[in-house]
Design a protein. Structure first.
Length: 106
């Protein structure tokens, strides 16, 4: 039981940024947003290669959103109640953005 507890504490330190001194959520948000913005840029080009690349970037953004959300949740859990309300709005916006980006375009 103590070994599992030690593993949980180690994971918690990494997710909260205690082990590195910087919060991983701040850096992790760049991956999904960067992938989605690049996919939007590629939508301006009508060729098939750009469409495939855009689809892969959307998938990359959706896969990267999971660990980003986990690290954001770890930060949210430690925040003050007034800050938690603001962050709840950001979470809703993130889910909405992820859904809108993943909707199949003609």
């Amino acid at each position: 039981m103590s070994r599992i507890g030690a593993i949980k504490r180690a994971v918690r330190k990494v997710v909260r940024g205690d082990a590195t001194g910087s919060r991983p959520h701040t850096v992790a948000t760049d991956v999904p947003f960067g992938a989605w913005f690049m996919a939007i840029f590629l939508d301006f080009f009508p060729d098939e290669g750009s469409r495939r690349a855009a689809a892969r970037l959307v998938a990359l953004g959706l896969v990267a959103a999971a660990p980003t959300g986990l690290s954001g949740w770890a930060e949210w859990a430690r925040a003050a109640p007034s800050t938690q309300r603001v962050r709840a709005v950001l979470v809703i916006g993130g889910f909405l953005g992820g859904y809108l980006v993943s909707v199949r375009r003609p």
